[in-house]
Design a protein around this ligand. Structure first.
Ligand code: ZN
Length: 295
């Protein structure tokens, strides 16, 4: 049923929790809740139950942990693909939600969603090219070009770029199960804990970890700047909450850039709302196109 003012269902699907919301627009959020991420059957059932109790909605947007298949032309659109998260590999997620409500559904990565939200309402408004990174349980990067998230063959996996190693950090093998010492394997939250026994914000301010992490993240920003030429790179996520880290990685990026490329690094303007608002932006886009790829 379509009302005078459309209502959008928003889902931020994370590895440890889901945030659900219903919104008419940015700034007009009507209801939200959080549910823990458990196995796919129970989690998706809880999502459907909450929207049934709080609906109706005219479209749903899902900004999900990945990897995922976001291609509406693919038979596996809406699936979580080959994830290391137990039980979730090969889960039909967005299709199951779409069939339950028969409304258009947008489905993308959490970071593409957050990048889209920041480009609509946040730090990257008006930017033709923008990148959003989260540095937390993993490292993910989303990119917007001319208002649309990048997909291509699948979607960007910027956390899995292979870095040059810091000279004082040559022994740690990294924690990425696929590549070992990619950026995610070296400076995600679990990598920091595995290497130094504590989260970055728990380590004393003079601990060498702070400089090493900033050094790698500056290199990550420089790498992405060289490839995509974003107007702005936004860095959010739990690790980035460490005091002084954003400033330190910014100066590392500028040192590496050597005045040859311009790099602008900023925190998310939408703060911890970027994920849920990513769901809203995806729902609005799906409402416009009317896409129901499971039909
Ligand atoms: Zn990797």
């Amino acid at each position: 049923m379509t009302q005078a003012r459309p209502r959008f269902g928003c889902i931020e699907a994370g590895g440890t929790k889901f945030v659900l919301g219903i919104a008419e627009a940015h700034g007009a959020v009507l209801a939200t809740t959080r549910i823990p991420t458990t196995n796919p059957a129970d989690t998706i059932a809880a999502v459907i139950e909450w929207f049934k109790a709080n609906g109706p909605v005219d479209a749903i947007g899902i900004a999900s942990f990945g990897p995922i298949d976001p291609d509406p032309a693919s038979p596996r659109w809406g699936f979580i693909t080959k994830t290391t998260k137990p039980d979730w590999s090969g889960t039909d997620f967005a299709g199951r939600v779409g069939r339950a409500f028969d409304v258009p559904v947008g489905f993308d990565t959490d970071v593409n969603g957050a990048a889209l939200a920041e480009s609509r309402w946040g730090a990257a408004q008006g930017d033709d090219v923008a990148v959003y990174f989260t540095v937390g349980t993993g490292i993910g990067g989303g990119a917007i070009i001319n208002g649309a998230p990048i997909h291509g063959a699948q979607h960007p996996e910027m956390g899995h770029i292979l870095p040059r190693r810091h000279p004082d950090d040559l022994d740690f093998p990294g924690v990425c199960p696929f590549h070992g010492d990619c950026f995610e394997g070296l400076v995600s939250g679990p990598a920091i804990k595995a290497r130094w026994g504590a989260s970055l914000s728990e380590l004393p301010a003079d601990h060498p970890a702070h400089k090493i992490v900033a050094w790698y993240l500056g290199q990550l920003a420089m790498s992405v700047q060289a490839v995509l030429s974003p107007r702005r790179i936004i860095f959010g996520g739990g690790v980035m909450a460490t005091p002084g880290l954003l400033e330190a990685m910014r100066s590392e990026a500028l040192r590496l850039a050597k005045d040859y490329v311009t790099i602008i690094i900023e925190p998310p303007a939408l703060g911890d709302q970027a994920g849920l608002l990513g769901g809203l932006a995806l729902a609005q886009a799906a409402f416009t196109t009317g896409q129901k790829p499971w039909v």
